[in-house]
Design a protein around this ligand. Structure first.
Ligand code: NAD
Length: 433
């Protein structure tokens, strides 16, 4: 199959490299010239484990190329739209301007029957609008618009793409089903189920999935608050409920609140879509509110660990990205935490294994350190915000002697309280009395 991928971000680049790896012929297009120039020199503009090798092998095989123009669209069987759909300022709805612009750019270039596939996360009805835009721009075009939401997770994106739990294809068009079946055929071998639905259903599946996962995280976060008060251990509660197959063990890790490029914006957009249709999703709205408040209250937790005497103190923050194995800083809990610490008059320094370049664009008035030990040196408290592997076995003895006061606030519960306390620290974590 000949595929054009529009957007070389976390989703577009991974999808393009994986499709080329399946054996398809892929042109990945981005209007960001610097990104394309980097890719053409085998430099990957994002951090995603093993993506460099996959891109290199795709390019060397001749099946993957990068460019800024859409001239390959005439030859394509399918054009995937994988551009950003960030929150629109003001009302939280998804900003569809990039998707609509891509549809307009594609329209005039179509030759022969072509699939237009939305891989971006788009609200219900976006496929209809993309169809309308293309028909309006090029009334002669022979095409079908398909919704094919992506479920990959940053940090495990390649594995997720190659071994998906399911592939959702939203279309009623028989020709479109056939082409999509051929594109994903290599995954039949992995027995990945393809779920064919209507386009609107496929669009809603993606938002429902993200809202459900965000709700699950928020639920266990609230249980963590209660566990702290009643003298229980949230990790044991999570295990105790997660072993029930109806509940499942995943997404039950209490922490500082969810962030990232998807859950916050997608829960906001779903709630806005529902209101547009006269439906109130109260559970999703509660999740949004609880999570926002939680992210902001984490600075109070740190202050509490210093007996609320934090003005002028130095706080060392370990981990800035919204989760490990990515450089993505979008809506990371570290941002709200650090803003709160600075508001309290604390001095903040931070270290992240790969996210510091992105973090520098988001965070000012803090000092960036090259490693966890330099970060901890002379600090009054050490806060673990992202559970990078590099932070899981720190030399506690060395850190204790280097710190001004031995206080650790572990917002990811990566240490056992008894180990840290016996190493001479005051230790606070989440939901463990
Ligand atoms: P991103 O911001 O990393 O990448 C988007 C890219 O699209 C950018 O490089 C931008 O320059 C490019 N672009 C925008 N308009 C363009 C145009 N007209 N022509 C060519 N290129 C254009 O975004 P992302 O994280 O890859 O997310 C893309 C979509 O996938 C979003 O809708 C997101 O919700 C969804 N999604 C993301 C993830 C994730 O983990 N990041 C997972 C599943 C779904």
């Amino acid at each position: 199959m000949r595929i054009v991928m529009i957007g070389a971000g976390y989703v577009g680049l991974v999808s393009a490299a994986c499709f080329a790896d399946f054996g398809h012929d892929v042109t990945c297009v981005d209007k960001d010239c610097e990104k394309i120039a980097a890719l053409n020199q085998y430099r990957i503009p994002i951090f995603e484990p093993d993506l460099d090798k996959l891109v290199e092998s795709g390019v060397n095989s001749g099946r993957l190329r990068f460019g800024v123009d859409l001239s390959d669209i005439g030859e394509a069987d399918a054009v995937f739209i994988a551009v950003g759909t960030p929150s629109r300022r003001g009302d939280g709805h998804a900003d569809l301007s990039y998707v609509h612009a891509a549809a307009r750019e594609i329209a005039g270039l179509l030759e022969g029957f072509t699939l237009i596939v939305t891989k971006s996360t788009v609200p219900v009805g976006t496929g209809d609008e993309v169809e309308r835009i293309i028909k309006e721009t090029n009334p002669e075009a022979d095409f079908a618009v398909v919704a094919n939401p992506e479920f990959l997770r940053e940090g495990a994106a390649i594995r997720d793409f190659q071994h998906p739990d399911r592939i959702v294809v939203g279309t009623d068009d028989e020709r479109a089903k056939k082409v999509m079946g051929q594109i994903y055929r290599p995954l039949y071998l992995n027995q990945a189920p393809i779920l064919y639905t209507s386009r609107r259903t496929a669009e809603l599946i993606k938002y429902a999935a993200n809202a459900f996962l965000a709700t699950k995280i928020t639920f266990i976060n609230e249980i963590a608050d209660l566990a702290e008060r009643v003298g229980a251990n949230v990790q044991d509660v999570a295990r105790g409920i997660g072993l029930d197959n109806r509940i499942g063990a995943k997404f039950l890790h209490a922490g500082p609140g969810y962030g990232g490029s998807c859950f916050p914006k997608d829960t906001r957009a779903l709630s806005k879509t529902a209101l547009d249709y006269g439906v109130q999703l109260r559970v999703v709205e509660a999740t949004l509110t609880v999570n926002e408040i939680r992210k902001r209250t984490m600075s109070r937790k740190v202050s509490g660990a210093l007996d609320n005497d934090i003005r002028g103190k130095t706080i060392a923050v370990l981990g800035l990205t919204f989760k490990p194995d990515t450089d993505d800083m979008r809506e990371a809990p570290s941002i709200a935490l650090i803003a709160g610490l600075l508001d309290f008059g604390a001095k903040v320094r931070a270290h992240d294994p790969v996210g510091m370049e992105q973090a520098k664009k988001e965070l000012s008035d803090i000092e960036f350190c090259d490693d966890p030990y330099a970060c901890a040196r002379g600090a009054d408290a050490l806060v673990i915000v992202t559970e990078w592997r590099q932070f899981r076995a720190l030399d506690l003895e060395r850190i204790r002697t280097d710190m001004a006061t031995p206080v650790i606030v572990d917002l990811r519960n990566i240490y056992r309280p008894e180990d840290v306390r016996s190493a001479g620290f005051r230790y606070e974590s989440i939901g463990r009395a």
